[in-house]
Design a protein around this ligand. Structure first.
Ligand code: PEP
Length: 252
């Protein structure tokens, strides 16, 4: 039985004081929550302060992006080891906004993911099709390619501790979530491929989140799908009460 995980992606929202205030509120609201892992991924600038504000709580801190080198002349980049020392324990890699706006590819996602694992960060690897690809009936083939190339070189043991996020690009920030049946179909397919390529045991342990316009009123139906193990939440994570409602919706 996989423990559900609810991860909030702040994107480029919230300053350091805003993030700290949020975490003080969320940790108090979520202190009785059991049976679900909670992650908050603020911008880089707020990670250290966020980790301090969340210390000894059931909220872990994540980053939204990472570079694959340990250090060097890479202006503007941040390494996995730096994120770990700052207090992050998870990192989102290959978010569709990184892929479409900043040129991330399956090959660079793969390098980021390996760097994260080496630094003891749990990667949350994002995959998902565009609307055009769905309309052309290419969804499952796109997912296959993203899984194969983004996860290249991962061992079964590593996969077991990792997180994937199925995020149909057309559902991110649009208010248009995949129906539970659409999410269920994609997640079933992803699980089958993970079994085939990484072995039954690893595939059963790897958590696969759904992401794309998750809200308090749709989480229960999405998580009721057998292969949906939680959610990656953008907009609705920015308010602590709304995020808590999603977290509690994932526990029922
Ligand atoms: C995301 O940023 O990963 C996301 C799913 O955003 P939203 O929940 O706003 O669609």
């Amino acid at each position: 039985m996989r423990k559900p995980l609810i991860a909030g992606n702040f994107k480029m929202y919230k300053s350091v004081p805003e993030t700290v205030a949020y975490l003080i509120e969320l940790r108090a609201l979520a202190k009785e929550v059991r049976g679900v892992d909670i992650v908050v991924a603020p911008p880089f600038t707020a990670i250290h302060a966020a980790a301090a504000a969340a210390r000894d709580s059931n909220v872990a801190i994540g980053a939204q992006h990472v570079h694959w080198e340990r250090e060097g002349a890479f202006t503007g980049e941040v390494s996995a080891a730096m994120l770990f020392v700052a207090g992050a324990r998870y990192v989102i890699v290959g978010h569709s906004e990184r892929r479409t706006l900043f040129g991330d590819t399956n090959a660079t996602v793969n390098k980021r993911m390996h760097a994260a694992i080496t630094a003891a960060l749990v990667p949350i690897v994002c995959i998902g099709e565009t609307l055009e690809q769905r309309d052309r009936n290419e969804t499952l083939a796109v997912l296959d390619r993203q899984i194969k190339e983004s996860l290249d070189g991962v061992t079964g043991e590593q996969l077991a501790g990792m997180v994937l996020a199925y995020e149909p690009v057309w559902a991110i920030g649009t208010g248009r979530n995949a129906t539970p049946a659409q999410a269920g179909e994609a997640h079933f397919h992803i699980r089958q491929r993970l079994k085939q390529w990484f072995g039954l045991e690893a595939a059963e342990q790897c958590r696969v989140l759904y992401g794309g316009s998750v809200k308090p009123d749709n989480i229960a139906k999405l998580i009721a799908e057998p292969d949906v193990d939680g959610a990656l939440v953008g907009g609705a994570s920015l308010d602590a009460k709304s995020f808590l409602a999603i977290i509690t919706g994932a526990t029922v």
